[in-house]
Design a protein around this ligand. Structure first.
Ligand code: B12
Length: 472
C-alpha cells in the first residue's frame, strides 16, 4: 500500500479518537450479550475492563495509523494477545473485539478512512490469532548475568543489595554507561516481560522501578563531565508519558558527554517545556515517548517549539514509541531520533555541530521557501542571488553544502559549480533547476554536482536529499 500523506493520517487518527468511546461502549455491550458467562465470572468489572480495553485498542490503532506503520499495530496486538493469554484470556476474544471494532468504525468513518482502519485491524487479528509471538528479547550483553541478579534483588525489595551490586561493578572498572544500558535497562525490560506474563505483581514492578531510580541517583555523582561544554539541552518525557527512567539515563549520559542538561522528569505539560527551553537557552530539546499513543503529544510539543523558536532549537526524540516507526521523526518535524543510550548521545552530539547550507537562487521566493525549511530543520542558512555572490559567501564562511540554481543572471550555476570545486574542496553541491532543466541538471552532475533536484521541491525531498548529501 502506498504511504499515505502525514496530514491525512492525522485526520484519520483524530476521527478514530473522536468516536472511540462510543465504539467501545457498543463493542462491549455486544460482546457481553454474546458471552453472558463473562459477567457471571467477572461481575461489573467485565464491562468496565471491556470498555477500557476497547478504548486502548483504538488508541493504539489511531497512533499506528498516525505513524503510518502497520507493524506498530501488529506489535501492539501481539503484546495484548500475550498479556491476555498470561491472564487466561484466549487470543480469540481479542480478535473478536478487534473485528467488532472494525465493524463499528466502518459504520462511523468515511469509506477511505474505514478501509485503512480495516486493513490495520485485519493484520492485528491475524497476528493475535497466531498466538502473539515472543516477548521482547533483550540482546545478550556481557553483563547479562549481573542484570539477572540485579532484577531479582530489585524484585525482592533488596534496595541496598541492588545498589551494592552496581557499586561493586563500578569498582571492577565497568563504565557507568555500560551499567545503565546492560544492567539497569536490561533488568527493567526483563521486569516488563515478567509483568506482561503475569509472573510478578504491579507492586513488585513499582518497587523495582523505585529501586532503579534510587540506584540511578546513587550512580549519577560518579559521572565526571568533561570540562568542555558541547551545548545546552532540556530533556523530558512528553506530556501523558509516565515512563521516566529512559529519559533520565539519556539526561545523565549527555551530562557525562559535556552537555549542560536540565532534566524535567516526565509528563511535563507542553507550555512548561517551552518555558524551560527558553529559560535554559537550550540548543536542543530531547523528548522521550514510550507509548505509541503519546505521539500526538510529541507532535504538539514540537509544533509549540517551532512556533516559539523556529529552527533555533533542535529536537531530538527517542524512546520505544519510535521503535517501529523509523521515519516518523522527520514527518513530525524532529531533527533526529535515537532508540538507545549510545545512539542518543551520538545523535545529540551530531546536532550540536550545526551544518551550514548556502542557497544560491535568483528567485527571492525560492530562496525564502528553501531557507525556511532548512532553518526549521536546524541548518544554518546563507543566501546568494547569483554565482558571484555565492563565491563571495563561500570565501567568507565555512559552508557544508551548496544548493545552486542553474539559471541565474550575472553568473549562472553551470559556470559557478566548477569554480566552487576548484576553490573549495569541502562543500557538497546540489544543483537545482526549473521543470525544463533536465538537460542542465545532467550537465551539472558532469561538472561536479553530487546530486540534482528539479523544482518544485517538496519539504520531504529537500530534507532527505540534503541529509544524504551531507552524509557522503
Ligand atoms: C517501569 C515501567 C512502568 C512504570 C514507569 C515508572 C517510571 N518512573 O518510569 C509505570 C508503572 C508508571 C508504567 C506504566 C505503564 N506501563 Co510500563 N513499563 C515499565 C517497564 C517495566 C520499564 C520501563 C523502563 O524503565 N525501561 C528501561 C529504559 C532505560 O528503557 P527505555 O525507556 O526504552 O529507554 C531507552 C531508549 O528507549 C532510549 N530513550 C528513551 N527516552 C529517550 C529520549 C531521548 C531524547 C532519546 C534520544 C532516547 C531515549 O534510550 C533509553 C536508554 O537506552 C517497561 C518494560 C520495558 N520494556 O521497558 C514497561 C512497559 C513500557 N509498560 C507498558 C505498559 C503497557 C504500561 C501501562 C499502559 C500499564 C497500564 N495498563 O497501566 C502504563 C502506561 C503509563 C503511561 N501513560 O505512560 C508496556 C508497553 C507495551 C506496549 N506495547 O507499548 C511495557 C513494554 C511492559 C510490557 N512488556 O508489557 N510502566
Amino acid at each position: 500500500m502506498a504511504r499515505i500523506e502525514f496530514g491525512r493520517r492525522i485526520q484519520i487518527a483524530r476521527a478514530i479518537r473522536a468516536c472511540r468511546a462510543a465504539v467501545a461502549e457498543e463493542v462491549t455491550t455486544a460482546f457481553l450479550a454474546r458471552h453472558p458467562d463473562w459477567e457471571l465470572k467477572y461481575g461489573d468489572r467485565a464491562r468496565e475492563f471491556g470498555i477500557k480495553d476497547a478504548v486502548y485498542h483504538q488508541d493504539f490503532l489511531a497512533a499506528a495509523i498516525e505513524c503510518g506503520e502497520v507493524e506498530a499495530f501488529v506489535d501492539y496486538c501481539e503484546w495484548a494477545a500475550r498479556m491476555l493469554l498470561a491472564r487466561d484470556i484466549k487470543p480469540r476474544f481479542l480478535s473478536e473485539n478487534l473485528t467488532q471494532i472494525g465493524g463499528q468504525l466502518n459504520a462511523r468513518l468515511p469509506a477511505p478512512a474505514a478501509d485503512i482502519a480495516a486493513s490495520y485491524l485485519r493484520r492485528g487479528v491475524e497476528s493475535c490469532l497466531q498466538g502473539g509471538g515472543k516477548s521482547e528479547a533483550e540482546p545478550i550483553g556481557k553483563l547479562e548475568q549481573l542484570a539477572g541478579v540485579y532484577a531479582n534483588a530489585a524484585l525482592g525489595g533488596h534496595r541496598q543489595a541492588a545498589l551494592n551490586l552496581l557499586l561493586e561493578a563500578v569498582r571492577q572498572g565497568h563504565p557507568v554507561s555500560d551499567l545503565y544500558s546492560e544492567v539497569l535497562q536490561a533488568a527493567m525490560r526483563r521486569i516488563g516481560v515478567l509483568w506482561e506474563q503475569n509472573e510478578i505483581t504491579v507492586a513488585q514492578e513499582h518497587m523495582a522501578t523505585a529501586i532503579t531510580q534510587f540506584v540511578l541517583a546513587q550512580l549519577y555523582p560518579l559521572i565526571e563531565p568533561p570540562a568542555q561544554l558541547r551545548g545546552r539541552i532540556v530533556v523530558t518525557g512528553v506530556e501523558g508519558e509516565f515512563h521516566q527512567i529512559g529519559a533520565n539515563m539519556v539526561a545523565d549520559m549527555l551530562e557525562a558527554n559535556g552537555w549542560d542538561v536540565r532534566f524535567l522528569g516526565t509528563d511535563t505539560p507542553v507550555g512548561a517545556v517551552v518555558a524551560a527551553v527558553e529559560e535554559h537557552q537550550a540548543d536542543v530539546l530531547g523528548v522521550s515517548a514510550t507509548l505509541l499513543f503519546n505521539i500526538p503529544n510529541v507532535v504538539r510539543l514540537i509544533d509549540a517549539v517551532r512556533a516559539r523558536f523556529r529552527g533555533k532549537v533542535q529536537v531530538l526524540v527517542g524512546g520505544s514509541a519510535f521503535r517501529l516507526a523509523p521515519s516518523l521523526y522527520e514527518e513530525i518535524g524532529a531533527n533526529a531520533c535515537a532508540l538507545d543510550l549510545k545512539s542518543a548521545i551520538a545523535a545529540a552530539n551530531g546536532l550540536a555541530s550545526k551544518k551550514s547550507v548556502l542557497v544560491a537562487d535568483d528567485d527571492a521566493g525560492v530562496r525564502r521557501y528553501l531557507s525556511r525549511i532548512l532553518e526549521e530543520a536546524g541548518y544554518e542558512v546563507l543566501l546568494a542571488e547569483n554565482g558571484k555572490e555565492a563565491m563571495r559567501q563561500l570565501r567568507a564562511h565555512p559552508v557544508h553544502l551548496v544548493l545552486i540554481d542553474l539559471v541565474m543572471p550575472e553568473q549562472d550555476g553551470l559556470e559557478t559549480i566548477p569554480m566552487i570545486k576548484a576553490a573549495f574542496p569541502d562543500p557538497r553541491i546540489i544543483a537545482i533547476s526549473g521543470a525544463f532543466g533536465a538537460t542542465f541538471l545532467r550537465v551539472a552532475k558532469a561538472f561536479g554536482a553530487l546530486d540534482t533536484l528539479a523544482k518544485p521541491i517538496s519539504r520531504e525531498t529537500l530534507l532527505r536529499r540534503v541529509r544524504q548529501a551531507l552524509a557522503v
